[in-house]
Design a protein around this ligand. Structure first.
Ligand code: NAD
Length: 503
């Protein structure tokens, strides 16, 4: 049984060694529907003993999983892909009910997660090594193989409760490692459902494990000597902490952090063609995407038109429960997040920004208890303001006019974050200057959300990413494997010519 039910509300369980287990930890946290404030479940806040049980199970599973040929390991992922595809609508609805984004957005998230499972099915070619005869010297060959390392973990954020886990574990497990997932305690239900499907796939016990919880579980994973590496996604402050603590314990770490992404709108931008992609990048998922754009840098005369078009389109957005048809903007994840976003808007106005649209004033009569923030547009946001520098992670967009493209690029490069930036222009020269000079990991040219697909690395730079190898695709496989170089010589094997060769 997957969950225990008390007074109608289920308490989630951990999945360890191929079995559903009750966490030893006695404390739990409520999971609420952000559109209604209804309690959906309780999540156990697992502690060190719960984590240790998962690590022991994963370590025990490693030797025989590692020895399973890559092609056979890939077949588990073909089966998983099929099951996820069959349940895609149910999974999308679960995401909406615990996280708040709209159903269309959640469907897109499910697709992006499945894309990663598909990519991991290519593991026999993805993890192939390379070699060179006579590479070291005459008669001495040299080759590299990529070997799995052992137990890895991923610690994931609330804003993509389904997809982000798939940036990691399919690559790690397909490469022959074993794994522990620690999802966000704010919206852990969709992973509970995913693990029911994983159970149906029939991975050998211990290959993939689920531990629910918050800080205590994270710290136990970061400190456990058997955990070889950590993948993390979350706020920059947490990412920096996880990176330092796991590295101090000798582990491999890749840690993605927060963002403050900007778009540059040039005077020649084709706003008719691209307004909807721009609006989606601002207000989609209520601005709770790490690739959400929250700053507009209109260049020169682009300012007035950009302000007018964005404000007009934002006024037309329909707020509501993400499960209802026709809703453009759902609630933010929690009452705490809503209050934090309201405070950020208030402080921007106090610091002198002009609220063209103020999302604090909206009401959604059909969902009076939901955590709604209306689309907000602040003009005259200056670099010294908190609203310019800090990630607000809500449907709040600041506008900072720039004199020319160089000034706009300079503003982006002066920021502490380096996740993404986009330019809207019809000029190839401007686009080339931008992509060449901008110091972000992901770049969009007439693209609002510059989200790399699964076979490209999900990049990020500066304080948006700590580490070197990124999530997804080939980068992920390299992160989860050790390169081993083999240099071979055989007595008498260096004769140089073999009868008949080359005739
Ligand atoms: P968060 O940092 O609060 O939580 C992320 C994970 O860390 C959760 O699993 C949580 O349990 C754990 N955690 C939180 N505080 C901790 C602490 N003090 N010690 C140990 N563990 C802790 O982030 P969030 O609010 O869930 O997610 C939103 C953030 O994630 C935003 O900043 C967003 O930009 C970022 N994000 C980044 C990317 C990217 O690719 N760069 C992608 C998605 C989200």
């Amino acid at each position: 049984m997957v969950a225990t039910v008390e007074s109608g509300v289920q308490t989630l369980r951990n999945y360890v060694g191929g079995r559903w287990v009750t966490a030893e930890a006695s404390s739990t946290q409520e999971v609420r529907n952000p559109a209604t404030d209804e309690v959906l479940a309780r999540v156990p806040l697992s502690g060190p003993s719960d984590v240790d049980a998962a690590v022991v199970a994963a370590a025990a599973a490693f030797p025989s999983w590692r020895a399973t040929p890559p092609q056979e390991r890939a077949r588990y992922f073909f089966k998983l892909r099929h099951l996820l595809d069959e349940h895609r609508e149910e999974l999308a609805r679960l995401i909406v009910s615990e996280m708040g984004k709209t159903l269309d957005d959640a469907r897109g998230e499910v697709q992006r997660g499945i894309d990663n499972v598909e990519t991991a099915c290519g593991i026999p070619t993805l993890m192939m090594g390379y070699g060179l005869e006579d590479g070291a010297a005459r008669g001495i060959d040299e080759e590299v193989v990529f070997q799995p390392i052992g137990v890895f973990t991923a610690i994931t954020p609330f804003n993509f409760p389904f997809m982000i886990a798939f940036w990691f574990w399919p690559y790690a497990v397909a490469s022959g490692n074993t794994f522990i997932l620690k999802p966000s305690e704010q919206d852990p239900m969709v992973q509970q459902r995913v693990f029911e499907l994983i159970e149906q796939v029939g991975f050998p016990p211990g290959v993939i494990n689920l531990v629910n919880g918050g800080r205590d579980a994270v710290n136990a994973l970061l400190d456990h000597p058997t955990v070889k590496g950590v993948s993390f996604v979350g706020a920059t402050q947490t990412a920096a902490y996880v990176y330092a603590r796991a590295a101090a314990n000798g582990k491999r770490v890749q840690a993605s952090g927060g963002a403050k992404n900007a778009i540059v709108v040039m005077p020649d931008a084709n706003m008719d063609a691209y307004l909807s992609t721009i609006m989606n990048s601002f207000y989609g998922a209520a601005g709770q995407r790490c690739l959400a754009n929250s700053l507009v840098l209109p260049v020169g005369e682009a300012h007035d038109a950009a302000r007018e078009r964005v404000a007009e389109a934002a006024r037309g957005l329909r707020l509501g429960d993400g499960l209802e048809p026709g809703v453009d903007l759902g609630p933010v994840v929690s009452a705490t997040a809503r209050d934090r976003i309201f405070a950020a808007i208030g402080s921007a106005v106090e610091e002198g920004a002009e609220a063209v649209l103020d999302g604090r004033q909206v009401r959604v009569p059909e969902r009076p208890h939901g955590y709604f923030v209306g689309p907000t547009l602040l003009d005259g946001v200056r670099p010294e303001m908190r609203a310019y520098r800090e990630e607000i992670f809500g449907p709040v967009v600041g506008m900072t006019p720039a004199g020319d493209l160089d000034e706009a690029i300079g503003l982006i490069n002066a920021a502490e974050y380096g996740n993404a930036a986009s330019i809207f222009t019809e000029s190839g020269a401007a686009a080339r200057t931008f992509r060449y000079g901008v110091e972000t990991g992901n770049v969009g040219i007439n693209v609002g959300v510059a989200a790399p697909v699964s076979y490209f690395p999900f990049s990020g730079a500066k304080r948006s990413f700590f580490g070197s190898l990124h999530p997804q695709g080939r980068d992920a496989v390299r992160f989860y494997t050790q390169s081993k170089v083999v240099i071979t010589r055989w007595t008498g094997g260096d004769r140089g010519t073999v009868t008949g060769v080359g005739r």
